[in-house]
Design a protein around this ligand. Sequence first.
Ligand code: SAH
Length: 555
Amino acid sequence: MQKNEMVRVTIEDIGTNGEGIGKVDGYTLFIKDAIIGDVVEAKVMKAKKNYGYARLMKIITPSEYRVEPPVCPLARKCGGCQIQEMEYGRQLQFKEDKVRENLMRIGGLTEALLAETMEPIIGMEHPYAYRNKAQFPFGTDKNGHPITGFYAGRTHDIIANTDCALGVPVNQDILKIMLRFMEEYHIKAYDEETGKGLIRHVLIRYGFKTKEIMVCIVINGKELPYADALAERLEKLDGMTSITVSPNARRTNVIMGDSYEVLWGKPFITDYIGEVKYQISPLSFYQVNPVQTEILYGLALDYAGLKGEETVWDLYCGIGTISLFLARQAKQVYGVEIVPQAVIDARNNAKINGITNAEFFEGKAEEVLPEYYRRYAVEHGGKKAYADVVVVDPPRKGCDEALLETIVRMQPERIVYVSCDSATLARDVKYLCGGGYEVKKVRVVDQFPHSVHVESIVLLSKLHTKQNIEVELEISEMDLTAAESKATYEEIKDYVLEHTGLKVSSLYIAQVKQKCGIIERENYNLPKSENSRQPKCPPEKEKAIRDALEYFKMV
Ligand code: SAH
């Protein structure tokens, strides 16, 4: 296969990023925007030895799963939606399969176990206008006018669009006011290349139940000139509750600044999930799809199996959303969260709901819980800190191993794992299963229709066997080989093959692991000195193995 070659391909599979996969004479091509079942004409853009990437040029026969015309005319260009052109039912199947495959391949769960424990994915009845939050970047078009929209896939080129199909209608009113204000007062949009210009992003949040609106303008500087004139226009919108400015002069991809100032109204909006009321401030995390979140938290409550007497830890608790949802049916809930403002919100949310049995700690979950565990033992004559249920809801990188280790030591009856990345979920589930837990329930909840992102929830329960009693001992051994136990040689080989098409030997993996300072077992067939006659891992393969080790969070 050559670059620029035109080929006709039948799409037979879906890649992890939603791209279509098809074969031409046994050669695999990945084609963005092509849908399983399509017959397409595509141009090869990058040709590696065993696989390549091609650009969709023409759809010859559309798939039965193709939505025509797409709801958003910009869906293909915009980086926000990756699979909007795929019929929603097929999107759901894709997501469920992705979680199942990761739990099997990375998590080591069997197909039989998943057939027993995995319930059908929960999709949305109306999978549009579902987001309560949007962050729009600002830029400047060729004629010097301000624009806003979303980034194109994999770049920071702005696709001008104020009418995103996933967002709420009021976004458009706010964006139009912003753009007009910038034109009239000659306020420039930020330019990533030069680091000049003022307005970087606008964060908009909308309370689905309360109809309250928050606008936070992120600026490359300390002050927004004519801010009052802007606030005056924005505050006229029905439901406007909070207008703030967040300074962010850093030249990074991080959207929000570290602080914010109130221009008008309150520093937060209020919304409900079920019966629980939450105050949300600009810098705190809040789930973006309130309809599906209520379903997800309902599952978390169900999986936690609370009767009223339990002690529950909610790690990565944000503004205390899950904690407070569970507190009403538990004896005591402890939440841990890294963002100070979110912890303040969490404490306040407990107060406004009259919840007195929830306590929140600020810090890293992987530090706070182990420290609590150590201190508890010291203060209670060696007795172990106890929890009936532990809930974790980490960001995409999953849980830190120090945290998982402490959870296993604490031996809760149940662990409820809420995850937005099924690969790291699978990795952590494997660790917990190795620590005396078994998977009881798995469910995927579609929080992000039209994107490839997936939210899943897993219930693990303590094994009541001899194996479990020995766990404490095994854990100290695991400490030594923890980094090694994360992914087997076979998994690393598979990963490298899948992502680069390269075949690597166990010897090469061992060499790279040694270079990275990951301890090898002594009996492994390793070169003993620099002068060894064994073949040396070539740089290309070393890079591929290092990428795999990074992927499995081993380095
Ligand atoms: N459970 C909450 C938040 C989940 S998002 C909800 O459903 O709304 C993940 C949260 O973890 C974010 O609030 C983020 O700030 C926090 N976080 C990220 N790394 C963390 C760490 N190492 N320790 C504790 N919290 C962390």
